[in-house]
Unconditional design. Structure first.
Length: 117
């Protein structure tokens, strides 16, 4: 089992920045991949970004490329999502997840990000 705890959400004006954190504990492995997803009201959950456990490889959704950066502190087993140039359409509940097998198996409780225009 892996436990994930997110933090860092909040209310910000368009053009502003926020940094989300996700602390992982429990049974972790260097084979895992960590990701961020988001779900806006009335929409399906969508992929935002992911990173390998070592931090060597990162992927991003096209909608956030150039604005969001995913990173990982291996000593703290914590993954971050730095979000810059935020837009109202970035408003969503953001979830951290771990892919242990072929799918994302473990999920955090989510943190709300609201971007006002």
């Amino acid at each position: 089992q892996v436990q994930l705890v997110e933090s860092g959400g909040g209310l910000v004006q368009a053009g502003g920045s926020l940094r989300l954190s996700c602390a992982a504990s429990g049974r972790t492995s260097s084979n895992y991949r960590m990701g961020w997803f988001r779900q806006a009201p009335g929409k399906e959950r969508a992929f935002v970004a992911s990173i390998t456990w070592s931090g060597a490889s990162r992927t991003y959704a096209d909608s956030v490329k150039g604005r969001f950066t995913i990173s990982k502190d291996n000593a703290k087993n914590t993954v971050y999502l730095q979000m810059n140039s935020l837009k109202p359409e970035d408003t969503a509940v953001y979830y951290c997840a771990v892919r242990a097998s072929g799918t994302y198996d473990y999920w955090g409780q989510g943190t709300q990000v609201t971007v006002s225009s």
